[in-house]
Write a protein that binds this ligand. Structure first.
Ligand code: GAF
Length: 379
């Protein structure tokens, strides 16, 4: 359905925000650490019209079975945390966060369509939030910069939807640029665009979406976050970012519980891996990052314990078939892995993963290249 078919009339404009893959730096964002995501060419687009009567209407072309006309109708001055369900909670939460920050959002008609796979660990929620925020920023002249909008989107997800995520996904969707990865310091909210042109080097970064999403995911994310905070408390630092890698072994002896020890070891070593990848990319050694990616996978699998059999199978099989490196990406418990591979080996590696999935009785992953796209923009 089009905006016109849903609401009558025409939108004032169209805004788009991408999903992302994270190259390295997993669960480091809420530990004040480093991340290195890149935007995908897959976007959520919102066709939007300004309203000034306090009414917010939301419709998604992708929301599947709908009751009635599928339009969610809300009043901007009545929005309360948890006051909307399903996909509509994300855009409603953004309106709530903007208004809570004192910004004059008077209402809007929004119609969404998205090519970002959902449930794949590729930040479809952040794409929904950031496209909404950018549209409202322009329509109501709010004057916020992309990073400011990203923070408000995170607040929407934390406090309205109730998901305790970090800032990486919203920043990636808002601030990435084409042909680059975004090296983000999640404490300072400063970043650098790092050139990431794999085609020029005869390489590909494949996304392998396992199309599984294990149910325990959301509760486990919150538990990992609480465990990291407990680790920082036991070590007497504001955040695990503040534990120096050089002193890691010594610091680990001060932590009583093995689970928390594993969380701390992952976060501290993962921050170091982000810095290692940056150093290699700056030196022009893109192939060299492969082993760092695979080390990162071992760390999330064994120490942070957020991988699953399907993701481990992608990583093991891809590497055995000649990939330069591979790891799961995103929150974990399903979703996608990334595989760095020579162009010439793309088919061989993909076929090996397909065969391994067939043999294990799993549905084959959906595979596509991660071509670093642009961040959120008006079309
Ligand atoms: C999810 C969260 F939304 C991010 O903030 C980040 O913590 C990520 O999991 C793990 O790196 O995507």
């Amino acid at each position: 359905m089009t905006f016109h078919e849903v609401y009558g009339g025409e939108p004032d404009g169209v805004w788009a925000a991408p999903g992302r893959v994270n190259l390295i730096g997993e669960h480091t964002d809420y530990n004040d650490g480093f991340v290195l995501p890149l935007a995908l060419p897959h976007t959520t687009r919102v066709h939007a019209a300004r309203r000034d009567d306090g009414v917010l209407r939301l419709h998604s072309a992708d929301s599947g079975a709908q009751t009635g006309d599928g339009v969610v109708r809300l009043r901007v001055d009545e929005l309360e945390p948890a006051g909307a369900a399903g996909w509509a909670a994300y855009p409603a939460g953004v309106v709530w966060a903007l208004r809570t920050a004192g910004l004059p959002v008077g209402g809007a008609d929004l119609h969404f369509e998205s090519t970002v796979p959902t449930g794949a660990g590729l930040s479809s929620s952040a794409a929904l939030e950031v496209s909404t925020a950018l549209a409202l920023n322009d329509l109501h002249g709010l004057g916020q910069d992309p990073a400011g909008l990203a923070r408000l989107c995170q607040r929407a997800e934390n406090d309205f939807v109730g998901v305790p995520c970090g800032i990486m996904d919203q920043m990636a969707s808002a601030c990435c640029t084409e042909g680059h990865a975004l090296f983000l310091d999640a404490r300072e909210l400063t970043w650098r665009q790092v050139p990431f042109d794999l085609a020029a080097e005869g390489l590909k970064l494949l996304v392998m979406d396992t199309r599984v999403k294990h149910e325990l995911g959301e509760g486990e994310y919150a538990k990992r976050r609480a465990g990291c905070e407990e680790g920082a408390r036991q070590l007497g630092v504001p955040a695990l970012r503040d534990v120096p890698y050089e002193r890691l072994d010594e610091e680990l002896t001060r932590i009583a519980t093995p689970e928390v020890r594993g969380l701390v070891r992952h976060i501290v070593s993962e921050n170091r891996r982000v810095e290692d990848v940056i150093r290699l990319l700056d030196a022009g050694d893109t192939r060299g990052i492969g082993t760092v990616l695979t080390d990162g996978h071992a760390s999330v699998r064994d120490d942070f314990r957020i991988s699953c059999d399907e993701l481990d199978l992608v990583v093991e099989t891809a590497n055995a078939a000649g990939a330069l490196g591979a790891r799961m990406t995103g929150g974990g418990f399903g979703g996608s892995a990334i595989v760095l591979v020579e162009d010439a080996l793309t088919d061989k590696v993909t076929e090996a993963v397909d065969a391994a999935f067939d043999a294990a009785g799993y549905r084959r992953p959906r595979v596509f290249p991660a071509l670093p796209g642009r961040g959120a923009h008006a079309e």
